[in-house]
Design a protein around this ligand. Structure first.
Ligand code: GLN
Length: 197
């Protein structure tokens, strides 16, 4: 059975574990290196990217994570997890680093004060009906590398056109929180990606 881990030092861990269970994979929290070694793929949840960066170092997971990503482990980064996957960030704090792997530039807290938190219906080519997305102090993607596929953009309002979901080969990332609405289609999409390898 496919085993997908959820980085569990910080963020919305329980919700992701539940959604992965819904799409028929075995889901496990990952807090230490030995646990990371036992999963086929990983979800990096939303939370606070600066804290995740520090905790990943403190728990000696930063380099093992970078190595597994470089070796081709599929990763789904959501919100702060998207920031952690980005090769480049703007609006980070002094000294903030990311794991990298995803050839994009991500702006932290990009939507600004008026729309700190908001919800929007997003179109995905892979889905028949819109995906209702919850954004919480979310990043957006400002630059995508040549091989990065844009999966969805905001369709209306002040942030119209902003890129909020991308995929580059085995790396998937969303600006929003797919674990919060009960819609398991993105977890299903990720599970399919992992199973197809
Ligand atoms: N603003 C947060 C950060 O920079 C991300 C917010 C979230 O994950 N909901 O890490």
């Amino acid at each position: 059975m496919t085993v997908i881990g959820v980085f569990a030092l910080q963020g919305n861990v329980r919700e992701h574990l539940a959604m992965l269970g819904q799409v028929g994979v075995e889901a496990r929290p990952v807090r230490r290196r030995s646990e990371l070694e036992q999963v086929d793929a990983l979800v990096l949840p939303g939370g606070e990217s600066t804290t995740m960066d520090k905790l990943a170092r403190a728990f000696e997971l930063f380099e093992p994570l970078q190595k597994r990503i470089a070796d081709g482990m599929p990763v789904f980064g959501t919100c702060a997890g998207m920031i952690m996957l980005a090769n480049e960030i703007t609006g980070g704090i002094e000294g903030q680093e990311t794991l990298g792997g995803l050839d994009v530039t991500v702006r932290r807290n990009a939507f600004g004060r008026q729309v700190d938190s908001f919800e929007a219906d997003l179109e995905f080519a892979a889905f028949n009906t819109p995906y209702h997305a919850v954004f919480i102090r979310a990043p957006w993607v400002e630059r995508v590398g040549r091989d990065v596929e844009v999966l969805s953009t905001v369709s209306s309002g002040p942030a119209a056109g902003r890129i909020v979901a991308v995929r580059h080969d085995r790396l998937l990332a969303t600006s929003f929180h797919p674990e919060m609405t009960g819609d398991a289609r993105l977890h299903g999409y990720f599970a399919e990606l992992v199973r197809s390898l």
